[in-house]
Design a protein around this ligand. Structure first.
Ligand SMILES: Cc1cc2nc3c(=O)[nH]c(=O)nc-3n(C[C@H](O)[C@H](O)[C@H](O)COP(=O)(O)O)c2cc1C
Length: 166
């Protein structure tokens, strides 16, 4: 049976909603601009790639103002948010001028900002980037990592969730 044609906008909405069925965690990616200001954004495209060597992947929209800083930085951090850090996900997904205002941060390797009270933190060397459509895909080497026994923040079907046991 033939389907009625759909517009590009309808296709994009349906594609996004279907991708949203893949539940993920949420991470704040953070680094420093050349003037030393901390810069960060919320992502759910983070994932593991390789154990040996230790590599992770995530992707960033080519349209974001902080793209040039991440593209050119040497090191950055991946801060995996815990279930009580939904407010940080919202702040770092916003266009706020100083997303770090009032936040206590730790200094990582080469001064990369590290958020506190996360489930996990990774410090990464910005090694390989590939353009994939309208995103820049980062594949980076993990140089240091740590985890805490906290429950993660989950993102599924466009909404924040927490883990529930089966
Ligand atoms: C749950 C969630 C996941 C997101 N994942 C990504 C992502 O993987 N890549 C991306 O480029 N933007 C992602 N965003 C959007 C950015 O966080 C948002 O565009 C932010 O404003 C970027 O920061 P900037 O404007 O300071 O560059 C996500 C937003 C949310 C709420």
């Amino acid at each position: 049976m033939s389907q009625p044609p759909i517009t590009h906008q309808e296709f994009t909405r349906a594609f996004r909603d279907t991708l949203g069925m893949f539940a993920t965690g949420i991470a704040v990616l953070a680094t420093r601009a050349p003037n030393g200001d901390p810069i960060g954004l919320t992502v759910n495209s983070f994932n593991s790639v390789s154990l040996d060597p230790p590599l992770i992947v995530w992707s960033m929209s080519l349209h974001l103002p902080s793209l040039a800083v991440f593209e050119n930085c040497e090191y950055y951090s991946v801060n995996v948010l815990s279930s009580d850090q939904q407010h940080l996900s919202q702040t770092f997904a916003s266009r706020a001028d100083d997303k770090f205002a009032g936040l206590e941060i730790d200094d990582g390797l080469y001064g990369v900002p590290l958020l506190r009270h996360c489930c996990a933190r990774f410090e990464c060397r910005n090694t390989v980037r590939h353009q994939g459509g309208d995103h820049l895909v980062f594949i980076s080497e993990v140089v240091r990592f740590e985890r805490e026994d906290r429950s993660p923040l989950i993102f599924h079907a466009g909404a924040y969730r927490t883990l529930a046991p089966l």
